[in-house]
Design a protein around this ligand. Structure first.
Ligand code: 8YV
Length: 316
């Protein structure tokens, strides 16, 4: 901890070591996650904190922000702000920055990875070889990906990057967003249910947050084709997980590829028990290269805040 430097940062959750080292060298860094009694700790030092650093999946609660009367920045290591109380930050003039741009490609890569892993049974095939089953029998058949219809829910930067990759697989690309986008040529569906009905693979790439909570529910699964797969690289809270489990158990949809869950890191046993589900531990942006770039973006925004220069990645 740099006690000589009065610029004070509160770190809500662990981040990659490189970022922690850089922040600690430049500023005084308090690690909330290491405190035995976080409440008492915030009562003692909360008034010193000027900047908060947190992860996209963790965010920062209103209860914590309320104990930081001098905070002017929340720098998110990620692009999701669904776990940051933006009503509070706006009302209290606290700027919020995200790691925009740098993780788009990794997340889109992983969406395609999950889609292929599910449809082409990559994990099952791997298990089949390792368990020696191939010595006794031939493998089963999987589902074709090339030429199929992919429905992308949320056509922001990540959705568009997924679409570009899907076009390399000769897929027919459909999407739903708040409105039709002028600059993309893909087929727009006016609502989520139409998109779900028309897609062989429904890929969730929309923002999380209260407004989108549980949007992918039983009514959506019920209109999906029986052979369709759900892929989620966005936020687990967008999906009604109980309804998803029922849809999978009852054969309403064919399978799911998931990187995110309603209550991370808790993954329902029912999902783990199913062979037609691919489960990843929220790793869409977790490559050395991208985490390094995310660290640089977070550090640059914190440094800009303390030097009173414009924040490179502030959100509105
Ligand atoms: C990260 C994320 O996994 O961008 C986001 O919002 O959820 C992810 O990129 C996370 O922020 C790091 O823990």
């Amino acid at each position: 901890m740099n006690t000589a430097n009065p610029n004070t940062v509160l770190l809500i959750a662990p981040v990659v070591d490189g970022l922690l080292d850089k922040l600690s060298t430049a500023f005084q860094v308090y690690r909330l996650y290491e405190q035995a009694d976080p409440q008492a700790f915030l009562r003692d030092v909360g008034h010193q904190v000027q900047a908060v650093v947190t992860r996209g999946d963790i965010g920062v609660t209103r209860a914590v922000l309320e104990q930081l009367p001098n905070a002017g920045l929340v720098a998110v290591f990620g692009v999701g702000t669904d776990a940051v109380d933006l009503d509070y930050t706006r009302a209290h003039d606290i700027a919020v920055t995200i790691t925009s741009g740098v993780l788009t490609n990794d997340v889109a890569d992983l969406a395609m990875g999950l889609l292929l892993a599910g449809a082409r049974q990559l994990c099952l095939g791997d298990k089949f070889v390792r368990e020696g089953k191939w010595l006794k029998q031939g493998p089963g058949l999987a589902t074709q990906v090339s030429g199929k219809r992919i429905g992308i829910f949320g056509m922001g930067n990540i959705g568009q990057a997924i679409a570009r990759r899907a076009s390399g697989f000769d897929m027919e690309i459909l999407y739903t967003d708040r409105k039709k986008l002028d600059h993309v040529d893909y087929q727009w569906c006016a609502d989520l249910h139409t998109l779900a009905h028309e897609s062989d693979f429904l890929v969730i790439a929309a923002s999380g947050g209260a407004a989108n909570r549980g949007l992918i529910d039983a009514s959506v699964f019920n209109v999906m084709p029986k052979h369709a797969w759900l892929i989620n690289i966005a936020r687990g809270t967008l999906v009604d997980e109980k309804a998803l489990i029922q849809a999978l158990q009852n054969g309403v949809i064919a399978g799911a590829g998931l990187d995110v869950y309603e209550d991370e890191p808790h993954v329902p046993e029912a999902l783990m028990a199913m062979d037609n589900v691919v489960l990843l531990p929220h790793v869409a942006s977790a490559t050395h290269e991208t985490r390094q770039r995310m660290s640089e973006v977070v550090f640059n925004n914190v440094a800009a805040f303390f030097s009173d220069t414009p924040l490179p990645n502030a959100i509105d």
